[in-house]
Design a protein around this ligand. Structure first.
Ligand SMILES: Cc1cc2nc3c(=O)[nH]c(=O)nc-3n(C[C@H](O)[C@H](O)[C@H](O)COP(=O)(O)O)c2cc1C
Length: 202
């Protein structure tokens, strides 16, 4: 019985790792709709992230394509370089992080970190649901501050495009190189150290 539990945990661990590796940031989005229920699941995953003092400093403005002018307003906050592909995504978001702690008004140095954890959860959840999340630092803060009534106590952090990715045979010519580019990562021994900086047993 105990062995069975161990086996199941190992299987789940491998499954989780496979999902983490499957996540990617596509530029070729399909126009297939993402439903309100699916969005709710993504935000539910984000909401359960850890955060410093459990302050949950993350905020999101979300727009779906059927929201017309609102979608266009969010798109206007995305840098033109990213708009070229992000405008095909059925869901766009802008993200914000609260600058100070609710509990004492002091600066929250961890708010961007915590927002990242929430978006990480959202990305993992999206992958499990067959969806893809592409985050963007390339935004136009001035447009976002002009177009939306953002309280002073919030940083404008990033944009996010969400949707299904196109099957490879449907990816347009101008996006095919980016979409098929090999995804690489630093090896563990460059990022995990033991008692000496740069010395690793991995
Ligand atoms: C905070 C952040 C900002 C990013 N900004 C952009 C961006 O402005 N434009 C873009 O095309 N990709 C952007 N990306 C996506 C990264 O380029 C991508 O995550 C990275 O190349 C690794 O590829 P992968 O997500 O497919 O594994 C951003 C990712 C993160 C986490």
């Amino acid at each position: 019985m105990e062995n069975q539990t161990t086996d199941t945990s190992q299987d789940l661990g491998q499954l989780q790792l496979d999902l983490i590796k499957k996540r990617k940031s596509p530029v070729a989005f399909s126009d297939k709709e993402v439903t309100k229920d699916q969005l709710e699941q993504l935000f539910e995953a984000a909401r359960w992230a850890a955060s410093c003092f459990n302050e949950q400093p993350w905020r999101f403005v979300v727009a779906t394509r059927d929201q017309g002018d609102h979608y266009k307003k969010v798109l206007n906050g995305i840098h033109p370089h990213n708009q070229t592909w992000a405008q095909n995504a059925p869901v766009l978001m802008l993200t914000f992080a609260k600058k100070t702690f609710d509990k004492n008004g002091k600066p929250n140095m961890h708010s961007w970190h915590d927002l990242g954890l929430a978006v990480g959860n959202m990305s993992a959840q999206a992958t499990a649901m067959g969806l893809y999340v592409h985050q963007m630092a390339g935004i136009v803060r001035e447009n976002i501050l002009n177009d939306f009534d953002i309280p002073d106590d919030y940083d404008v952090v990033s944009g996010i495009a969400i949707g299904y990715k196109l099957d490879i045979e449907d990816v347009p010519e101008d996006l095919i190189a980016r979409e098929t580019k090999e995804r690489t990562r630093k090896p563990l021994n460059e990022i995990v150290f033991d008692n000496e900086w740069s010395e690793s047993s991995f």
